[in-house]
Design a protein around this ligand. Sequence first.
Ligand code: NAP
Length: 267
Amino acid sequence: MSTQTTSTKGAALITGAAQGIGKAIALRLAADGFNVAVNDLSSNSENLEKVAEEIRAVGVKALTVYADVSVEAEVEKMVGAVVEEFGALNVVVANAGIMMWKSIDDLTAEEWDRVMSINLRSVFLAYKYGGRAMIAKGIKGKLIAACSVAGKIGKGMLASYTASKFAIRGLTQSAAQEYGRHGITVNGYAPGVIETPMLTYMDARFGETVPGGKTGDFIKFAEAQSLLGGGNGEVADIAGLVSYLASTEAKFITGQTINVNGGTFFD
Ligand code: NAP
């Protein structure tokens, strides 16, 4: 017997949802009553299909849409597929991103461009095509993007990542100004250190590149920074904020990039 029901909240699209923060957001928005389209690279299809199954088990509809979020034609097609499947698009969460832990001296121009494309161009494309789909149907939707504490304060060894995340804040402010007249809000979430595969990567690179460093050092260092004493953040900490930003309760919030970081950085 099908467990699917008709959603009363509309449809949400979450990019980079095969694991980590994106997966948690997808499951949270499903629990909130959205039909959910989940995106990732086709190389992550095994995990993404499992996420879709978990969403269906909640009792809403799920769709998997494979696309490289840095490629314009793929993003346009992805948004079109979601609108065709669900009839509309109410929430877009541009979550996909990558990290490159390298000194500026070691970083190649190609690596710089890759980080900027996957982290920043992707958000521009998600806002552009997501916003267009909302406006076409007269939907007062929500455009939401992943920023970072590294989008608020510069971080050594993370120059390309930091630059991309700073730019997402500027883009989010500009988009809020353009889309506000359509009733569309545009906001970002700025996680501190959250337990995901990206943290495993960062911890490994920290151990490799810091003299005398080893695996596990960065995780312990970051845990000690939290004012709350309970370790690093969990994906549910971010999903809770995104759930709120995607809700009608957040209708008077736009152009903001909100910290979720255990108090490690204050605006
Ligand atoms: P994650 O575990 O690495 O997951 C990101 C997902 O996005 C992966 O499945 C990844 O695939 C996918 N992806 C990469 N490039 C893509 C592309 N071009 N098109 C579509 N999907 C793509 O990352 P996370 O920790 O959950 O982070 C999610 C977001 O939060 C990112 O934007 C990140 O910068 C931000 N953030 C995370 C933290 C943290 O501490 N975890 C802190 C601040 C901000 P692959 O694994 O194959 O690359």
